[in-house]
Design a protein around this ligand. Structure first.
Ligand code: NM2
Length: 542
């Protein structure tokens, strides 16, 4: 049983986790300072790389959709999509988005309106316009493009080459070659991917726990504070740890369905009972503003911030770079998931659909939950910004929810959603982590003790960071953990293009069922073993 474990990767990833967590626990005060220094160094010195990745990812997706790579069918030429588009879109959204959208859609604008981008006057009309726009941008086209990078090689290998790829290193075979991909470099890449994922999880869980704590406080008078938040974290970990242990695939599926319908119900509830016209108008306006300023926002590095005579703005460093990093660390996990659900689609459908439905789904949250609060602020019914500054984010969030008619329904739904989102997202995350540290997977599943181990490990970093306290501390986890994934993301793009171009030489027209993928024995120039799926030599030479 222990032979199935890929020990260098297993130990490497766990040691890396402990080497970050233990010093922070031993030296909390110095630790808090290190964390902030790390964030500033990364965003100020290297943050531009994150922005660059965003632009490249977006350009790459345009290329993939409009070039002949887009026609590649993820499956047989005449195969139909395994899931209908609607259920595919719903699964895609739920797989990629967790409790953090509840958190940010309600309060993101409150930060932006008081420290707006582009040297706009704080709390001005122009600040309100950008505040309603930037959330949609940070959860939109660029970030979904980043999300989809690993999906491309992974879906390609899974459905075209019929080869299950559950490690990032394996998706890089075409660039690294077999020796490196299965050797030390492959292991290093997997360790860094695992660490990045744990860092991203730390940001997400570190935000979700206070939210759930506040919800429980509002409903049942549960005390607030770091202690109760850690207990919430433990309870959530127990839920997804338990499901990782017992493999409750059916249970999780039911929870995901409830999750989706409850989320849709909440949005409709707020949209209908809130200021519907304002939300619709502001939403459309923000989408238009985001689209017409897409390049400007995606490339805004604020090079003059801090230079004499210029306002000391670090908006892109504080927000845009953080978001790109946060999405990046989740992207490999998302890749496995998107690959699994996209059988029978073309690459073009997967990419265009992913960006479209993903961005639209996120925008729906910002347009309803975000604009509802903005309306309260602008009409003077609730000074949410002051509550945020005086009492903190979760207090501001629930103050907004209290403004809704039948507020207790919304608050109960909101809190329940946060718990469900957390349990359903991290069940699959522990599965991916466990798979990444096993060499073979007999029975098609990682071993259960291994799944449980990683489920429990997932809560170590968020617990430590929550204990240190502060939003910036939580943001740092993703910003630092995402750094090694920058070159990895680039290699994943190259890997996909290489593999796909090679294929296109043999199968120039994927829409022609006569030229079935099976008809052409595949030869992989980058592996020594030769064929991945079919046997026989490639002598067609087409
Ligand atoms: N992203 C979408 O729980 C979560 O929301 C995980 C977070 C990357 C900001 C994903």
């Amino acid at each position: 049983m222990l032979k199935r474990i890929d020990w260098p990767t297993f130990i490497g990833a766990f040691v890396l986790l402990l080497s970050v967590a233990v010093p922070l626990v031993l030296f909390p005060e110095a630790g808090a300072r290190w964390v902030l220094t790390a964030k500033n160094v990364v965003t100020e010195q290297l943050g531009v790389l994150y922005l660059l990745l965003g632009v490249v990812a977006m350009g790459f997706m345009v290329y993939v959709v409009f070039s002949n790579l887009g026609q590649i069918k993820l499956g047989e030429a005449d195969e139909r999509a395994e899931f209908r588009t609607w259920s595919w879109a719903a699964m895609l959204f739920c797989g990629g988005i967790g409790a953090s959208i509840l958190y940010w859609s309600v309060i993101e604008w409150m930060y932006y309106i008081q420290s707006p981008p582009f040297e706009v006057e704080p709390m001005s009309n122009e600040a309100a316009r950008w505040a309603s726009t930037y959330g949609i941008f940070h959860w939109g086209i660029v970030t979904w493009s980043i999300y989809l990078i690993p999906s491309l090689p992974m879906a390609y290998f899974l459905h075209v080459r019929k080869r299950s790829v559950l490690k990032v290193s394996q998706a890089m075979l075409p660039v690294l070659g077999e020796k490196l991909a299965n050797g030390w470099l492959g292991k290093l890449i997997d360790i860094l991917f695992i660490f990045g994922l744990m860092a991203g999880t730390a940001t997400t869980l570190g935000l979700a726990a206070p939210l759930i704590n506040e919800g429980a406080h509002q409903m049942f008078g549960v005390p607030l504070g770091v202690g109760p938040q850690l207990i919430v974290l433990l309870i959530c970990t127990a839920i997804f740890g338990w499901s990782a242990w017992s493999g409750l695939k059916k249970g999780i599926k039911i929870l995901s369905d409830i999750n989706l319908w409850l989320a849709i119900g909440l949005l409709i509830f707020v949209f209908v009972l809130g200021p519907t016209l304002f939300m619709a108008n502001t939403g459309l306006d923000a989408i238009g503003r985001m689209l017409s300023n897409l390049i400007r926002m995606a490339t805004w590095t604020e090079p003059f911030g801090g230079i004499d005579g210029f306002p000391d703005s670090s908006f892109p460093q504080d927000w845009t770079m953080f978001y790109w990093a946060w999405w990046l660390v989740f992207s490999p996990t998302m890749g496995f998931f998107v690959a699994r659900i996209s059988r029978g689609r073309t690459v073009r459908q997967m990419v265009a659909g992913g960006i479209f439905f993903g961005s639209l789904g996120c925008a729906a949250f910002f347009i309803t939950l975000g604009n509802f609060g903005l309306y309260m602020q602008m009409t003077g019914q609730l000074d949410a910004v002051s509550i945020l500054n005086d009492q903190g984010p979760t207090a501001a969030m629930f103050a907004v929810l209290h403004e809704l008619p039948m507020a207790w329904i919304a608050i109960a739904a909101f809190t329940l959603l946060a718990i469900l989102f957390t349990a359903t997202s991290f069940d699959s995350t522990s599965y991916i982590l466990a798979a990444a540290v096993e060499t073979t997977m007999e029975g098609g599943e990682p071993m259960r003790w291994n799944r449980l181990f990683w489920a429990l490990s997932l809560s170590i970093l968020p617990a430590v960071l929550m204990w240190l306290g502060g939003l910036e501390t939580l943001q740092t986890a993703s910003v630092v953990g995402g750094l090694p994934l920058l070159p990895i993301a680039v290699l994943l793009m190259v890997s996909f293009v290489r593999a796909a171009k090679y294929d296109l030489r043999y199968q120039p027209d994927y829409s022609d069922p006569e030229i079935s993928i099976e008809a052409f024995p595949r030869h992989d120039p980058w592996t020594q073993k030769g064929n991945w799926s079919n046997t026989g030599d490639d002598t067609t030479g087409r």
